[in-house]
Design a protein around this ligand. Structure first.
Ligand code: WT7
Length: 658
């Protein structure tokens, strides 16, 4: 990546934190220095945020790398930390969750009510023979029961494996089988795009292939008809009838809390294993630090689904351990209208909003006047996560949603890291649009070349993490070898060079002239054009910086002359004319625009104007499929695609040369 284009290094816009926010910020600049002086003492101090039944004897045991143990000998109960202790401290009447159903129904759940629900669910799990040492699959829509189910598992020491409610029978059954789960918690269905969407039939089919499942607990959400087997039990006939008294037992700091599967680009999904004490310490600390959470006054909203790690760490465990009041929304951003998000922000006076670049770009495409119609003055911190945010999308977010007042925190992390690793601090960092800036206090991130040498400012390479961190994955469930091969065998001790164990994140990154970090996407997404390394993210950002472009996806297609050639798929903004000659003109203009912004080497060979892009259900662009189109191949596996009709539209455009 040494030849990565230099344009990002020259980003000159910079936004210092608002003065009032900086003065009252939870975390000040000193934190970086404190953590650098004694990293383990720093993390031990953060662990004090939690209530432990037994204090640890050792902060970190790294004697058998890469298998870490944090807070060795310590004991705590996660659900107690997320629920009971707030009630015991007299905050039982505080709202934990403002839940907004897609059809407009609502529920308000206080911490005292949450305690009752979690205790009842914990008693039901015990009645069903589920406890420490067992696994539970959770396949639910975005309803409060999803958080309750996770917390109830944690409370009795059962390891949960949440499977995103949009996944298919085969995705669900492979995950159940890999984790050897005993119980599934599901619902009849949930609401999506204005209609009930069934979940139970998928579970029925999956469970038929999973003999390990003894019981299925079913929440009634939509009231639609469901088939019934003798394994099925209604939630309202069990949990809601159970005793609300339950005493939480402490578990070891390294007790397995959850498994969450990530698909990876090839092969069978990896079951990422997270444990108890270190995980809760880091998600609790980062939620407080990165969002500057003031639990007494803030209303926090993370728009992710509970099926992704963002939902685990920043809907359930981080916010609840901090006693936050949050909004939870069941449905899609365009139901009943494209203003649903802004309506929710206005209605609940949301002050911290955490969402994804794909949604921000979608909102950009829908037009500025939609958010302009709402009072968004309650917002004070905006967050982004999931993929690199293009500088122009960042600016749009700042101007149209933050109204030029609120800091934006672009948070880099992964399912594997458990919590945020690289991000600005809203009261400390002067941000640059599109940069995740610096590693958080207590975290050591670096960019290295293929010899594992740290690159100087201005250089690019591979993102690595140098020291173990509390919420790191402990292994891949049932596959220690794959854990080592995937993350630790590229550099350092795991690769047989050097003594240091270096975690390979799989992302390309660069340091700008000030040492700020810019994430460039997965390393598999780097193109090699006439011997130059060009990242798809950079070309996409250049395209999105053109006023006619809402969103773009770039792939490298095999080319007889240049090795790979850049092919770009572009969604024009709503008001742009793309018919006939206007379309051709725009095409030429966009190719020249990229050449001017990044240099002639980055000029796309071809630009396709398309109505939509293929995305996974978590909003990541499936470049693999676009590559198939660009190289005129038949399409590969489309099972994780959110909307399969999209590919027909794109292929059609390609064939007519449009
Ligand atoms: C990959 C991890 C973290 C929760 C959601 C995704 C990309 C994530 C950023 C960001 C640039 C980002 C990386 C990473 N990514 N956040 N702020 N800037 N890239 O979790 O599904 O495990 O994906 O998402 O490529 O490796 P995930």
């Amino acid at each position: 990546m040494s030849e990565t284009l230099a344009n990002l290094s020259s980003e000159s816009r910079q936004f210092p934190p608002p003065e009032a926010l900086a003065a009252a910020a939870n975390v000040k600049a000193e934190a970086y220095e404190e953590a650098a002086t004694d990293r383990l003492a720093f993390w031990a101090q953060q662990a004090e945020r939690l209530t432990w039944s037994k204090t640890w004897d050792q902060v970190l045991d790294w004697s058998n790398p890469p298998f870490a143990k944090w807070f060795v000998g310590g004991e705590l109960n996660i659900a107690y930390n997320c629920v009971d202790r707030h009630v015991e401290a007299g905050r039982g009447d505080k709202v934990a969750i403002h839940w907004e159903g897609e059809p407009g129904d609502t529920r308000t759940i206080t911490y005292a009510e949450l305690l009752k629900l979690v205790s009842q669910a914990a008693n039901t799990l015990t009645d069903l023979g589920v406890g420490a040492g067992d696994r539970v699959a959770i396949y639910l829509p975005m309803i409060p029961e999803a958080a309750v189910a996770m917390l109830a598992c944690a409370r009795v020491g059962a390891t949960h494996s949440v499977v995103f409610g949009g996944f298919s029978v085969s995705a669900l059954s492979t995950r159940i089988q890999d984790a050897d789960a005993k119980l599934v918690i599901t619902a009849d269905g949930g609401y999506r795009r204005g209609k009930p969407s069934a979940l139970k039939p998928t579970v029925d089919e999956a469970v038929a292939q999973c003999p390990s499942i003894e019981n299925v607990l079913v929440v009634r959400r939509t009231g639609q008809d469901v088939a019934w087997t003798d394994k099925d039990k209604w939630w309202h006939e069990t949990v809601e009838q159970a005793s609300p008294e339950h005493k939480a037992q402490p578990f070891d700091a390294e007790h397995p809390l959850f498994i969450l599967y990530t698909s990876g680009t090839t092969g069978k999904p990896k079951g990422i294993l997270h444990t108890t004490g270190g995980y809760l310490t880091q998600v609790s600390y980062t939620h407080n630090a990165v969002f500057d959470l003031k639990p007494e006054t803030d209303v926090y909203w993370c728009t992710a689904d509970i099926g992704w790690v963002t939902g685990h760490s920043y809907i359930v465990y981080g916010p609840l351990s901090n006693g936050a009041t949050q909004v939870m929304y069941e449905g899609t951003p365009d139901t009943p209208g494209r203003d649903r998000f802004w309506q929710i922000v206005d209605k609940y006076k949301v002050s911290i909003l955490y969402t994804a670049p794909t949604l921000i770009r979608t909102m950009m495409k829908w037009g500025d006047d939609i958010p302009a119609g709402y009072d968004l003055s309650s917002l004070r911190v905006l967050g982004s996560v999931g993929e690199p945010i293009n500088p122009e999308a960042w600016m749009w977010y700042r101007e149209n949603i933050g109204r030029n007042r609120t800091p934006i925190v672009d948070t880099w992390w992964q399912t594997e890291t458990g919590g945020v690793m690289i991000s600005p601090l809203p009261g400390v960092t002067a941000t640059k649009p599109g940069s995740a800036m610096t590693a958080l206090p207590g975290i050591t991130a670096d960019v290295v070349d293929d010899q594992a040498q740290s690159v100087p400012n201005g250089g690019g390479g591979f993102l690595v993490l140098r020291d173990p961190w509390p919420s790191m994955l402990r292994t891949i469930w049932g596959d220690d070898k794959r854990f080592i091969d995937t993350y630790w065998s590229r550099f350092g001790a795991g690769a047989g060079t050097g003594d240091e164990w270096i975690y390979f994140a799989g992302d390309g990154a660069k340091k700008d002239d000030d040492g700020a970090l810019w994430l460039l996407g997965r390393v598999d997404d780097v193109m090699l054009v006439s011997g130059h390394n060009i990242s798809t993210t950079e070309v996409e950002s250049a395209l999105v910086s053109h006023p006619s472009v809402a969103e773009s996806a770039v792939v490298g297609a095999t080319d007889p002359t240049t090795g790979q050639a850049i092919v770009a798929f572009v969604i024009p903004r709503g008001n742009v004319d793309t018919e006939g000659e206007a379309g051709e003109q725009l095409n030429v203009e966009l190719r020249n625009h990229v050449a001017k912004t990044l240099g002639p080497i980055a000029k796309p060979r071809q630009i396709m104007l398309v109505p939509e892009l293929p995305k996974t259900r978590s909003g990541k662009i499936m470049r693999r499929l676009l590559k198939d189109v660009a190289e005129n191949r038949s399409l590969g596996d489309v099972t994780t695609l959110q909307d399969s009709a999209v590919m027909d539209l794109i292929s059609k455009g390609m064939n007519t040369g449009k």
